[in-house]
Design a binder for this molecule. Structure first.
Ligand SMILES: [Zn+2]
Length: 412
């Protein structure tokens, strides 16, 4: 058995080790890599941008360096917002503005990004610290407040319209990663008034569905024109929340939604691929509904209606271009919001793609339902059709799936 003296000695040894390890950690934290003036495509292990710049060589993005000229505001640095901010930081965005009033809690550890030792710190402070270490080339601006109170809202509007990469200029994109209706409406109000393009994101309270939505004031439906996914119809959200009952969340769904959101931001800012107006994610069926919604002329937000008028004027002033394609048929014109839904699917297909409406608390409706058909299994014959020849592979290697002949392009 060890004597008290021996134990005291052991404690001292361990304390010294702890101090040393803390010093090492703090050294590492202050050893930020030097800033990089110019993004380079040079393929060396020390270049943090080589894999991103390779997107140019691959013909995906024309001018990747442009990412450094953009400022993006992320409102809500929780399960979706923190991952969104990390992705943009790693991609080398010019400037990030982070807004959140919450603190990191151990109850957040089922999600990505934050770590247990950060519990108690403000989310924006903890996030900035981590992100600066990952990429010191990004400029950060953090605001530890609730944007929905009157004073903070005014300040929020001011930073959106003046906090761009060059002070005085507006930011290039606002991302809503908040978890409540009130904050979404605040962002919506601000962006409608400023004519600021933004993207909305959300994850359902049962953790198995989510969505992203691009909102161009005056052109596409704003959040007040058509609240997506869940509609809290003039009911105080606090009355919907009961004591001891909290929303469920999964790191997977939140990671997927953050990924879809940032992918859409990159496509929008860097000009590649097709930018989605609305993209849903239903994790239960792996169903990704997408659509575009026009602004509602009867929207409650007067700034939205004003932006619509201005957009119409601009449209008229623009020189008429020969329309090659026929205008898409507008379906569901007579819904309760007066929204025109342009869809690629026919009425019958739409009906097939809908399922039973689940039981929900008062004031909440669903934006889409899960079609019964998707639940059915694929037949053997269909499976065979969906497979192709197995390629020649070295011994011990097999393929997870093959490409059916039907979908192979004739020329590669
Ligand atoms: Zn609107």
């Amino acid at each position: 058995m060890a004597t008290v003296e021996e134990l005291k000695l052991r404690i001292r040894e361990l304390e010294n080790e702890l101090i040393k390890s803390k010093q090492k950690q703090s050294d590492a934290e202050h050893h930020l890599r030097p800033k990089i003036d110019q993004m380079s495509a040079e393929v060396v292990d020390s270049n943090p941008y080589s894999r991103l710049m390779a997107l140019k060589r691959m013909g995906i993005v024309q001018d990747y360096e442009k990412i450094r000229s953009y400022a993006v505001a992320v409102v809500g640095v929780g399960g979706v917002g923190s991952v969104t901010a990390e992705m943009l930081t790693r991609c080398g965005i010019g400037k990030l503005l982070l807004f959140d009033y919450d603190k990191v809690e151990l109850a957040n550890m089922n999600r990505l990004f934050f770590q247990p030792h950060q519990a108690g710190l403000s989310k924006v402070e903890a996030a900035e610290h981590t992100l600066r270490n990952i990429n010191p080339d990004v400029a950060f601006e953090t605001h530890n407040y609730n944007i929905t109170t009157m004073d903070n809202f005014t300040h929020f509007m001011n930073r959106i319209s003046h906090g761009g990469l060059e002070e005085g200029k507006p930011v290039d994109m606002v991302l809503s990663c908040v978890d409540n209706f009130e904050a979404r409406m605040a962002i919506n109000t601000a962006c409608n008034e400023l004519g600021q393009i933004w993207m909305e994101s959300g994850v359902s309270e049962n953790a198995v569905s989510g969505h992203i939505q691009l909102i161009i004031p005056g052109e596409t439906a704003c959040f007040a024109c058509a609240p997506p996914l869940v509609v809290a119809a003039n009911i105080d959200e606090k009355t919907l929340k009961r004591d001891g009952v909290c929303a469920a969340s999964l790191p997977t769904t939140m990671g997927v939604v953050a990924g879809l959101l940032v992918q859409n931001v990159l496509k929008y800012l860097l000009g590649f691929g097709t930018v989605s107006y609305y993209l849903g994610y239903n994790a239960m069926q792996d169903f990704f509904p997408s659509m575009a919604m026009k602004a509602n002329p009867q929207c409650d937000d007067r700034h939205c209606r004003q932006q619509q008028d201005e957009y119409k004027k601009k449209e008229v002033e623009q020189p008429k271009q020969e329309v090659v394609q026929d205008e898409e048929e507008v379906v569901h014109e007579d819904n309760e919001w007066g929204i025109e839904l342009v869809s690629e699917v026919s009425e019958a297909e739409l009906q097939d793609a809908s399922g039973p409406v689940p039981d929900l608390p008062e004031g909440i409706t669903v934006a889409y339902t899960i079609p019964e058909k998707l639940v059915s299994e694929v037949s053997e014959a269909e499976l065979q059709d969906a497979s192709g020849p197995v390629p020649d592979l070295p011994e011990g290697i097999t393929v997870a799936y093959t490409i059916p002949e039907k979908v192979r392009p004739t020329e590669l």
